[in-house]
Design a protein around this ligand. Structure first.
Ligand code: ADP
Ligand code: MG
Length: 693
């Protein structure tokens, strides 16, 4: 193995033959700058041109390589001059159709000409046909020739042709593959005959005939690269974490008097799990480097009060605390809870809503800057530049799956003014499967609240078609007579708040007609903040029986007496979202129900999702199933769209590699620390620069 340093393959693509400034620009759009980038730009599928198929054997939908002789040429008149050729090979015939063509094509595509072509077989008026196939003319006596390897199909960008990219990557393979450095320690791959990096790349760019994607050779080649990619991600997050730990942060000790006073005033006893996590946070906060901890606890596990203890510690030491929530509604609710909890201790709590304007807003910003406010709750409005803290010591981010890494970092920057980084506490209800935790969250410590407050019964879930609405309405009626309250949730596919609001308004009308004796109110994202708050408050007070809502109530809303939830068009929502919604009920003593109403016909995945929800309300099980059904992309949430997408790895498929990835990472950092950078650069390139910016 060679030593680290700039390598041959790290030279610019400009060094390859036939690459002009235009092409370089297009390649750059794909993130391809060095020759090595080209080598790691992998096909997303393949075409099989390794077998010549007799025309008698082709089928609609096949992508087929065929050959034959032109036996008739026809140009249709009219404004679209279509060129149609009929070719035959003795076994059968086929039409080739060109909806636009050149003079040159007309000149060479004549009766008697032999050719071979590749394309997708379609059914036309006159029989099977190919549209705009890839063509090669055959000279007199020349035999048609199948390819020796499968033809790669690469991700493209506008203006870049598949053929030119293929040629370039071919050139890179021919001239530079031998110079490619394998940064992995030799014994790290474990298997008996580990595939070399070169062999793996060769196999993926140009699979030999007869090696379909699921063949052993392809699987091994992909795994070789997946391993490297996971390793690069892990190394990058570990490095990021090291960097964070090298920054100074204010050490904070818990103020025992304050926290005892707070705990004594709570109307409940903390669960063991809450106490444990509070202690873990306390240990982190004592250190002179920033806490970076993710607290995961299923909906209703009581994360907010845990966060309040951490906030008290910071405030007790004279620091300010920022709490960021994903929605206005949740921010308002948090502001209320913290005001209720901490106000009696003489702590000033503020709310910065995105909607606050004018004098109001100016006043809260000033109170924040002068240090009058000790705790500020808000949505992403907290990132705005004019929001200045006097002495920010702790950032709490609720329901982190809604935020991206970059937003988190932006808020952290705010604390930097005095040379100290604020501590960070991130809370999520989305359980993180072990595989994701180890790769996607390797920069965070993890605490889990794995216990629910006592006295809660699991939510009973039923799944009903919309045609059973009358039964459901009857059920609501009985439920309200028992003194309990109800959520009626409207969903829509469209992300449009306006359409959602409209649907909710209609539902409210229908319910009012069906249940005239009940008190019914509506809440959605388009209501004014004060009105929303008033509706929420009177629902909490029990002055409203049925709250019709859009999915704005998905996160965090807490009304223990509301114990029946009806979700309309449940088939439109994902597992995690349904689980979150359902978490709004079952927060108090007594039975709780959730009715998932669907509009038939139900698709396969939707059916599966609803069945899972009926069977379990264990957030962890649900997250594992979710990973199976959807893949990890969406689970990682914006973390993924924060440009940390995997190129070849798929955590639901490649989880088994993770332990070895970890061992290798340790070994690499110990024995070959200089190999980390080039590996990270190879796999993450720009994404890393972004994270560290
Ligand atoms: P989540 O973890 O979903 O954010 P919350 O923090 O909103 O949960 O807590 C849900 C409800 O449970 C709140 O009403 C909260 O006051 C209450 N709660 C929290 N901890 C306990 C506890 N140890 N015992 C009883 N109720 C609790
Ligand atoms: Mg919460």
């Amino acid at each position: 193995m060679k030593n680290a340093g700039p390598t041959q393959t790290q030279r610019s693509i400009a060094n390859l033959k036939g690459v002009g400034a235009q092409t370089l620009k297009k390649l750059e759009r794909l993130g391809l700058e060095s020759i090595e980038d080209l080598l790691f730009h992998l096909p997303h599928r393949y075409e099989d041109r390794t077998r010549l198929i007799p025309l008698a054997n082709i089928r609609v939908g096949d992508h087929a390589l065929v050959s034959g002789q032109i036996d008739s040429v026809h140009v249709s008149q009219g404004h679209r001059r279509t060129l149609a050729l009929r070719i035959s090979d003795g076994s059968g015939h086929l039409f080739l159709r060109f909806f636009h063509h050149t003079q040159e094509q007309r000149r060479v595509l004549i009766e008697g000409q032999r050719l071979q072509c590749f394309g997708e077989v379609r059914l036309g008026f006159q029989g099977l046909e190919l549209h705009h196939p890839d063509l090669t003319l055959l000279a007199q006596g020349q035999t048609p020739e199948a390819e020796a390897s499968l033809t790669p199909v690469y991700p493209l960008t506008e203006g870049l042709h598949q053929k030119s990219l293929r040629k370039l990557i071919g050139q890179a393979l021919n001239t530079a593959l031998d110079d490619l450095i394998d940064w992995l320690p030799e014994d790290s791959l474990g298997s008996e005959r580990p595939l070399s990096l070169k062999t793996a790349l060769q196999q993926l760019h140009a699979p030999r005939a007869g090696t379909p994607p699921d063949s052993n050779a392809m699987v091994m080649a992909r795994e070789r690269l997946v391993f490297e990619e996971l390793l690069a991600h892990h190394l990058s997050l570990s490095r990021f974490r090291l960097r964070v730990q090298n920054q100074p942060a204010p050490p904070m000790a818990a103020n025992t008097q304050l926290s005892q006073q707070f705990e004594a005033a709570l109307p409940f006893k903390l669960t063991q799990a809450q106490q444990r996590v509070i202690e873990e946070l306390g240990e982190d906060l004592k250190r002179p480097w920033p806490m970076m901890r993710l607290v995961q606890g299923d909906v209703g596990s009581g994360k907010t009060v845990v966060a309040a203890f951490a906030a008290l510690t910071a405030i007790g030491e004279g620091y300010q605390v920022a709490i960021m929530a994903p929605t206005e509604l949740l921010a308002e609710q948090h502001a209320r809870s913290f005001e209720h909890w901490l106000g009696p201790l003489g702590i000033k709590v503020g709310l910065l809503s995105g909607k606050a304007k004018g004098e109001n807003r100016r006043q809260s910003l000033e109170a924040l800057q002068t240090g009058h406010l000790a705790l500020m709750v808000g949505t992403h409005a907290l990132f705005q530049e004019e929001v200045q803290f006097q002495k920010l010591g702790l950032v709490i981010i609720d329901e982190q799956h809604r935020f991206g890494v970059h937003q988190r970092l932006a808020l952290k920057e705010k604390g930097q003014q005095n040379g100290l980084a604020p501590h960070q506490l991130i809370m999520t209800a989305t359980p993180i499967p072990r595989t994701l935790a180890m790769i996607g969250y390797a920069d965070l410590d993890l605490s889990i609240i794995d216990e629910r407050p006592p006295g809660r019964t699991p939510v009973k879930t039923t799944v009903l078609p919309a045609s059973r609405k009358e039964d459901i309405i009857g059920r609501i009626h009985d439920w309200v007579r028992l003194g309990r309250q109800v959520y009626w949730v409207c969903t829509l596919i469209e992300e449009s708040e306006m359409l959602q609001a409209e649907a909710a308004e209609n539902a409210t009308e229908r319910l009012k007609n069906a249940l005239p004796a009940l008190r019914i109110a509506l809440i959605h994202g388009r209501l004014k903040g004060a009105l929303k708050e008033a509706v929420m408050a009177s629902f909490k007070e029990g002055e409203i029986d049925i709250l019709v809502a859009t999915t704005v109530i998905e996160v965090g809303v807490d009304v223990p007496n509301a114990s029946l939830m009806v979700i309309e068009n449940a088939e439109r929502l994902g597992l995690a979202q349904l689980h979150q919604l359902r978490g709004r009920v079952g927060r108090g003593p007594g039975e709780a129900h959730c009715v998932l109403v669907y509009q038939p016909p139900l698709g396969e995945t939707a059916r599966e999702r609803l069945a899972i929800l009926r069977e379990t309300d264990d957030g962890f099980v649900i997250a594992e199933k979710d990973l199976e059904i959807r893949g990890p992309g969406e689970l990682l949430g914006t973390r993924q769209t924060g440009q940390i997408a995997f190129r070849v790895a798929d955590l639901s498929r490649d989880a088994l590699l993770i332990d070895r990835v970890h061992q290798t990472a340790e070994q690499l950092m110990r024995d070959h620390p200089s190999h980390g950078d080039p590996l990270i650069e190879r796999w993450l390139g720009q994404a890393v620069q972004f994270m560290e910016a």
